[in-house]
Design a protein around this ligand. Sequence first.
Ligand SMILES: Cc1cc2nc3c(=O)[nH]c(=O)nc-3n(C[C@H](O)[C@H](O)[C@H](O)COP(=O)(O)OP(=O)(O)OC[C@H]3O[C@@H](n4cnc5c(N)ncnc54)[C@H](O)[C@@H]3O)c2cc1C
Length: 437
Amino acid sequence: MSEQFDCVVIGAGPAGSAAAIDMCRAGLSVLLLDRGEFPRFRIGESFLPRTKAALRRLGLLEKCYALPHARKVGVEISMGDRRFGSRVFKFRDTLGNGEKDAFNMARVHLDAMMVQSAQEAGAVLRTNCAVRSLVASSDEGVTLETDSGTAHARWMIDCSGQASVLGRLRGTRRYHSFLRNVAYFEHFDDVKRPDGDAQGCFGLTVLDEGWFWLIPLDDRRTSIGFVAREGLHTRLDVPPEERLRWAVQRTPIMVERMAKAVGPSSNRVIADFTYRCDPFSGPGFFLVGDAAAFLDPVWSTGLTMGLLSAEQAAQGVIRICAGGSAERERARYQAWASRVVGRAFRLVEGFYSSGFRDLLFAPYQPRELVRGFVTLLAGEFDRVRPSTAVRCLTLGAMCAVQQRIGFAPRRRPYRLRPDGVNARAAVVSSVPGESVA
Ligand SMILES: Cc1cc2nc3c(=O)[nH]c(=O)nc-3n(C[C@H](O)[C@H](O)[C@H](O)COP(=O)(O)OP(=O)(O)OC[C@H]3O[C@@H](n4cnc5c(N)ncnc54)[C@H](O)[C@@H]3O)c2cc1C
């Protein structure tokens, strides 16, 4: 095979499929390559109101609602031992007129639907077809070696996810200084869901050594994950595939939620190291989604970032193919991505600061500042209004002051290992290990 396209897209995940849809609808010829097959499992199942808006723009929202899903109205945050109760942040409190709710969904459904939609839009899809090397890349054209031969295109968008094909080939991938976590996760039936106000929320349980997610996927199924910080996962004397259960058994709120849970006896594992591959554009290419930057998933920002950057990159390619200046489009995309990725990074880094945690569990939270925070949580990284920016800057300053002088009570996070050493001690009693397992 040796073919010529307007654009070659590496990776047919949500970001690659979204970019392909936009370009095909604008009349471009698109080659969409993926080293795997669909349907396939992927983690990353909780979406933001901004994701919903992006799917609506692509005309895919109704297709999503036809698949198994669970409505998501906000985020419920608790300490592992329930000290300080739960904090519930609802998307209905966001500023502006963005979407006021979102949804969760198993990615096996979402990704298969999106790649099929890309094909329906006209993309030429090749699965089981990995990109092996980059032969040439300039603003005049790109050439790639793939499992099925040589591909030529006017432009290239790398949507290869954490494989970061171009970031690795170009040696631009840089890891975050401290967000080097590992996630242990699985799907379970019959996990207890919160009552009342917190129904339909993404559950986030805060620990000293990391955090848990609880994501209702549909009426019955819940995704449970334990994200361990570097200080724990590098020293823990428990096999990786048993660490979810290990952590659940040591966390009172998880023991309660998982008391009747039914699921597999071991867990899946994935590295969750935050990185960025900057610059996000270069001669003949744009980097999009996780191929550009991966963020710790605490605020479920991944898919939103993927879809927003896919739209920006696709519009850039459309303009280049219509005769626009490649240099200008590269500069525009780089500026946009740096700004948006930077905002999301700051939000994620904030979660891990003690000042933020203290204020999160403070007895009083000013309503207007909370609304600014919830608006960012809703994924509005690309269109931060002045009213949101002012509130978030104030909140950021308060977190910094709290960290230094502690004007609010300090909130020490719940610790999985009270003695800090013996990983096999301190199991919360009466855990039905078989049902968790
Ligand atoms: C533990 C964890 C929890 C997460 N939770 C959330 C969450 O709740 N909400 C959320 O929004 N996000 C979450 N994320 C992030 C989310 O999974 C990603 O942001 C999202 O999948 C990115 O989509 P993408 O299209 O960029 O990449 P992917 O979905 O990873 O797709 C990349 C595609 O590229 C293909 N590919 C790779 N290499 C090659 C190659 N050489 N040639 C051809 N094809 C190739 C792969 O097969 C794959 O299909 C989470 C991530 C982790 C690790």
